[in-house]
Every structure is written in C-alpha cells, then in structure tokens.
Design a protein around this ligand. Structure first.
Ligand code: ASP
Ligand code: MG
Length: 450
C-alpha cells in the first residue's frame, strides 16, 4: 500500500518549549507516512509581538524584542550542536530588534511582517529538533512562497487557485526526499509582502495546504485530547467524541468549540480530507476523527456555547410592504466585512447576532462608523452580554419530539432569539451570558448524559 500523505499542524502549546517540541518530534518520528508539518509560533510569542506592535515607545519595544530573543535562544541552546539553527535564529532576532528601534510609523503591512516572526522562529527551531530527534532530513520551507493571499493585512483571504499552483511548483519537488516543516498563520500577497490569516489561523493554513497537496489526512495536534460533547469546564459527564461528520464539526467550530479555527473545515470538506484532532501532550489517548460519513448519526452529538454575543436589532419604518431592505442591510454589513451568525426577521424588524469578542478569528467589529451608516436608514438597538447555545447533531429539522425537552430545559430562562430549520445539523438560541452555563448543563444532561 502506498504511503499516505499527511499534513500535521502543531499549535503554540505544542511548541511551548524544547520538551514540548521533542514530544511533537516523537509523534512525527513514530509515523511512517509522509508528512508536511505546519507549526504555530511558540506559546505566547504572537501575544508578545502584538504588544510590540501596540507599543509606541522604542525602548519598551526593544524590551519586548529582547524577551523574545531570550526565550528563543534558550530553546536554541538545548538543540544538539550539529543541528543548531542558531545562525538563522540570530538573524531573525537581530532583524526584529532593528524594527523595534527604527520604526516610526506602524502600518498594517509592517504589523503583519512583525507578526510573522513568531512562526518563522518556531519553524526553524522545530526543524532542528525534528532532525535531531528522528534523524529525518527535515527542511524548513518558507510558506510565503506558496500561501498566496489578498492584501487585506491582518486577516488576509487565501487565493485557492494560486496556492494550488504554487504548491505544485515549489513544494511538491521537496516532498520526495525531505520532511517539510513550514509556518502556519502567514502568507504573502501578489507583491510578496507578508500577510497573516488572522489570530489562530494556523489550523486554517494547515487545511489549505492539505487541500493544495491533496493530502489524505489533516492532523491537528493541540492541547486537548479530543473534541468533547461540551466544554469540560462547564458540565460534568462530558465525553470525548470519537467520530463526527464534516457538517457537524463545521457547525461546532463556528458555534462554540474553540478547538478548531472556524474556517478549517472548509478546505477539508472541499477535498474530502479526513481530519484528526489529538493531543500532542498525550498522543496515545484517542482523539476525534472528523469524516464525511460517520458510522452513527445521533440527533444530538454536542452542546456548544459561544460567549460574547451582541444582538443587533434593526427596525425599518419603511420595511412594511417594501422590498430591498434586507439587501441594503446585508450589503452594508458585507462591505464592512462583518460576519453575522444568526438571523431572524419579522415584518418590520431584523435581529441578528454578531461576535463581540474581537479575538475571535476572522471577525470584524461593529464600529461607530457602521452604526452611523445603519442609523441613516433604520432604527438600531444593541444588546450585549449574551451567549449563543447550539445543539449540534443530525436531522434536527425533521426529528419529532425535540422541542419538548429543549424547552423543558429552558423553562424559566429568557430566550432572546431562536434559530431552527435552516440547518439540519443545529438548533441555536440566545440567552443571557449569566444563565448560559446552567442551560448548557441542563441540555447536556438531558440529551447526552442520559
Ligand atoms: N500564532 C498565531 C496566533 O497565536 C497563529 C496560530 O497560533 O494559529 O494567533
Ligand atoms: Mg491555535
């Protein structure tokens, strides 16, 4: 049987220090299949680079650059001499310190360039650890040669056809005889300027590369052993999910579970690539397989919670018997790249939910500018401190008898909005943040524990 081609992504906690990197090298080394490895920056480094960017004082910026230097050199010094990436690491660290002292004006282009240092450093280090630990001939590949994006710095959009073409031209030739390590999160526009896919974007990078390489498997190695039936910090009796379908996992990553970047499933679904989520700390514990067709199809597989929701309700005085209002509303939101999750409408109003947590990857803010534009053609109300709860599973739209137990669990709770029927895989509603955990516990008990 021919070898499988796998893309394996290791996140920041998997790259936390030398020992964590050694464990990841062990995971790669124990698998005979061919692998392209995608890494995140070492834990906390992207946050430090974000602080660096926000800092206008040169001395304090330099201070942050020195902390990054210390952390990476410490790691570098533990690698056996023969494989030492020291020269490259020093080159990158010097460059970052020069940016710290030189920069007058922080542009969005420079921001992405600075953010890229995290992944550029970690990938050099991990390449060396992998060679040292496994004897494999590992090669560090600069993903910016193939991860073509638009020039929307900070949350760039990948250009799928270009990535496919460039991957074939520039990455495939290495695959025959080398083990490739490359960077998540970063890319480049058509002029060669560095871009980033948004915070937490490495999962998405790995999925895009798996797509371009037509890989058999995408592995996401993280700090949890599996995807759970709900957040283990909230409810008792949670169970790891051994197998879940693409559609359910896509809903889950959008509506709650922070395990995967929400865009990750899109390339995997396009190319029917199986995804495995496992823990790099306990790689022997069974993880979760995300596949096109699962063996079982439970009505409720998981209960998810997404905090920090804003409910935007707009009323149009003109909407009665008129057309075009929804188009105008959604065009405005689209122009500002604001992503909407749930929508309900009545004759004269529309209610929709938005993420208020700006750390959520790929989400744009409801700015004052947007509000002014909205108010020019409708009345606007905003409610915050809400949470979105989703029941994720199968045939939710056609299963009789579901609403009884759902509403039973919600009895004295004020439900602000319900969405049901658009997807066969979810039923969502909005409650106040304060009551959200109680509702999740009850639903989990009703549908999953019993
Ligand atoms: N290093 C980036 C971040 O912390 C990307 C990632 O880890 O996925 O957001
Ligand atoms: Mg991550």
């Amino acid at each position: 049987m021919p070898d499988l081609l796998k893309v394996a992504k290791f996140g920041g906690t998997s790259m936390a220090d030398y020992h964590a990197m050694k464990r990841c090298a062990g995971i790669v080394g124990s698998d005979p299949d061919k692998k392209v490895i995608v890494v995140s920056a070492t834990a906390g480094t992207t946050n430090l680079l974000t602080e660096f960017i926000a800092e206008s004082d040169k001395e304090r910026r330099l201070d942050i650059a020195r902390r990054i230097r210390f952390k990476h050199l410490e790691l570098c010094n533990l690698i056996q001499d023969k494989f030492s990436p020291q020269k490259k690491i020093l080159g990158l660290l010097d460059e970052l310190e020069q940016i710290a002292v030189r920069t007058q004006l922080m542009t969005s282009m420079l921001r992405d360039d600075i953010l890229s240092f995290g992944e550029r450093l970690s990938s050099e280090l991990f390449t060396a650890v992998l060679s040292e630990q496994t004897g494999k001939d590992a090669h560090c590949f600069d993903v910016r040669e193939i991860m073509r994006t638009d020039n929307n710095f900070g949350s760039a959009e990948p250009v799928i056809e270009d990535i496919a073409r460039l991957t074939e031209e520039k990455l495939l030739p290495f695959l025959d005889h080398k083990c490739i390590v490359t960077q998540g999160f970063i890319g480049s526009d058509s002029h060669g300027f560095t871009t980033t896919l948004g915070r937490g974007g490495s999962d998405y990078s790995a999925a895009l590369l798996a797509e371009a390489l037509d890989a058999d498997v995408l592995e996401i190695w993280t700090d949890v052993t599996a995807i759970y039936t709900t957040d283990p910090r909230i409810a008792e009796g949670v169970k790891p999910i051994t197998e879940i379908s693409f559609d359910e996992a896509a809903e889950l990553s959008v509506f709650g579970a922070k395990v995967l970047h929400p865009a990750t499933m899109v390339p995997a679904i396009r190319k029917n690539i199986r995804v495995y989520v496992g823990s790099s700390i306990e790689p022997d514990k069974p993880g979760t397989w995300i596949v096109k067709e699962t063996k079982d199809h439970p009505v409720i597989r998981a209960v998810s919670l997404r905090r920090n929701q804003t409910l935007l309700t707009v009323h149009s005085l003109d909407m009665l018997h008129r057309f075009g209002f929804l188009a105008r509303l959604f065009t405005l939101l689209a122009d500002h790249k604001i992503s909407v999750d749930l929508v309900t409408t009545s004759e004269v109003s529309v209610a929709l939910t938005l993420d208020s947590d700006m750390n959520t990857p790929g989400k744009q803010k409801l700015t004052d500018e947007v509000l002014v534009e909205l108010r020019s053609f409708c009345e606007v109300e905003i409610e915050r401190d809400l949470a979105l709860i989703a029941l994720i599973g199968n045939r939710l739209d056609t299963t009789a008898g579901l609403s009884g137990p759902v509403f039973g669990a919600l009895k004295e709770i004020n439900v602000r909005l319900i969405c049901h029927g658009a997807s066969t895989h979810n039923l969502c509603f909005l409650v106040s943040e304060k009551e959200a955990e109680k509702v999740v516990q009850r639903l989990h008990k009703t549908f999953i524990e019993s």
